[in-house]
Design a protein around this ligand. Sequence first.
Ligand code: 6R9
Length: 657
Amino acid sequence: MSSQIDHLLNEDRRFAPSPEFAAAAVADASLYERAAADREGFWADQARELLHWHTPFTEVLDWSNPPFATWFADGELNVAYNCLDRHVEAGNGDRVALLWQGEPADDQREITYAELTDEVKRLANVLGDLGITRGDRVAIYMPMIPEAIAAMLAVARVGAIHSVVFGGFSADSLRSRIDDAGAKLVITADGGWRKGKVSPLKPAVDQALAGRGGAGEQETVEHVLVVRRGGNAVEWTEGRDVWWHDVVPQSSADHEAQPFPAENPLFILYTSGTTGKPKGILHTSGGYLTQATFTNKVVHDLHPESDVFWCTADIGWVTGHSYVAYGPLSNGATQVLYEGTPDTPHPGRWWEIVEKFGVTVLYTAPTAIRSFMKLGRAIPKKFDLSSLRLLGSVGEPINPEAWMWYRKIIGGKTAPIVDTWWQTETGAIMVSALPGVTETKPGSAQVPLPGIAIDVVDEDGAHVGNGNGGLLVVTQPWPSMLRGIWGDPERFVETYWEKFQKQGFYFAGDGARLDDDGDVWFLGRVDDVMNVSGHRLSTTEIESALVGNEAVAEAAVVGASDETTGQAVAAFVIIKQSYLAAHSPEGLAQTLRAWVGDQIGPIARPRDVYIVEELPKTRSGKIMRRLLRDVAEGREVGDTTTLADTAVMSVISAQVK
Ligand code: 6R9
């Protein structure tokens, strides 16, 4: 066992749920028992209990043609009906669905389930007028405004397929996604508010669609539907462009939701990150909605009549699909939707929102938590956060120090934390503690959810056993699993199923380790695993050690090629302001090198420690280590188009030189 495993296994802090929390929790241990006794029956129960089926299903899972699964295939439902109409019909039309906060402080709207249902029905009629029918693809390129949620639901309502493209992506990224999906309609806004000013969107759509339709080029887009939000001037293509406010309010609010088969495609979502053509991950309706609804309910302990849920993710990534658009609305919950950035107009904006709306359940990413840590506790302490009773984390491994800070400073030392592992491909949460049931452990995502079968295996697919590291696999199909890669079934098989073809396991691409209790610790993507002098080292492990030092606010580690050791550890660290003032950069680098050596072992001691002001991140908050590797290896920095802030890399390159 390597020294880094020992380091992780040294984590002995445990937090049992309080008796009060456990007593009121949605989940209880019987879920595990039921699922263990009959996995498919368990999911069938969830699908029947949590959703309305226009036509009840009799089949559960069909796995006769792996890896192509179907779930509940002979059932019929309407996803939007499940998220809207049924709540109104049950007498909850007056419940607030969206507590929307625009970035400018006085831009605020409360939208009830009845109002949102109305808006979606009108929009569904407009989509019909624009020629959108079942199976058509609609690109959505919007800021975080209620119309964005309405757009997703209206597309779902008519049985069409949405492809949400993050509003910060470039015209080129939008173009390639429109092309790959063959989108017929683009729904956008003139612009949205970001960092204190209007950030235009429509010009990028115009640019993406400009000069198309020539010889050999097939322009699939027929119309662009535009919400007025930013008030910025926009160009207009007559006949193609349509203002939302010219057509939606005028349209009829009578629209009956038609049933569609459970396997009707719901959305395509392109995965960000690595090189090459983006993959259009395809999700369908019944299984996806079952697992999104179930996990949102039990993992976020959602009590729709009393909770105020806030998932801070943008709708441009999967967390915004499952835990902003679909999960909370299917559960009939009240949620906050915030348009702007966390630091506008002041660094306490999020905490101000928590106080203002009385947020009870907060779901966010480790990168956000660490950037708040960097600013210091004084900022959140200015606000009343006592409404928060449960905290969630997603997107990256959360290092124990950030976990503890989250618990103490944001959660008032009482709110349980659920560290939830899943992917665009899995559609919904797969590995997480159940609040009120599981004793939590800082840094570990812990256990598969009831009904989910995972394992940690070696290169040959054999279970590694407790105390060992390996690769995370999903060993049984699950309801919200991806159904394929849009237009590329071969790539789907190759990417996820070929590696463990013999066993029929889904390969997630994540390294993981089982501790002595059998709990799962995620170690980052396997492509982020370094090999230093023949020792396997995880980037996450070393980052976690660095952040454990009191001087460090944030850290990113990469393996840089090294003549003698194969790879060497290169660390990029952000130092807390107070330490920067009092210490020299050389002294700090020296101290941190020794610190990592002490924490993990000499093998993990970074060769280079670069002190920087910022780290390159994607819009979903993932550190782009590939770019840091370019810097550490002295290469020209590669493609930065998926960065949230494309200027960051030139700043870092300049600082490192
Ligand atoms: C939901 C989402 C998926 C990748 C995944 C893994 C990393 C997500 C994590 C986590 C450790 C967690 N990841 N949650 N790693 N602990 N709780 O993030 O989807 O954008 O597709 O990313 O994110 O590496 O493979 P997506």
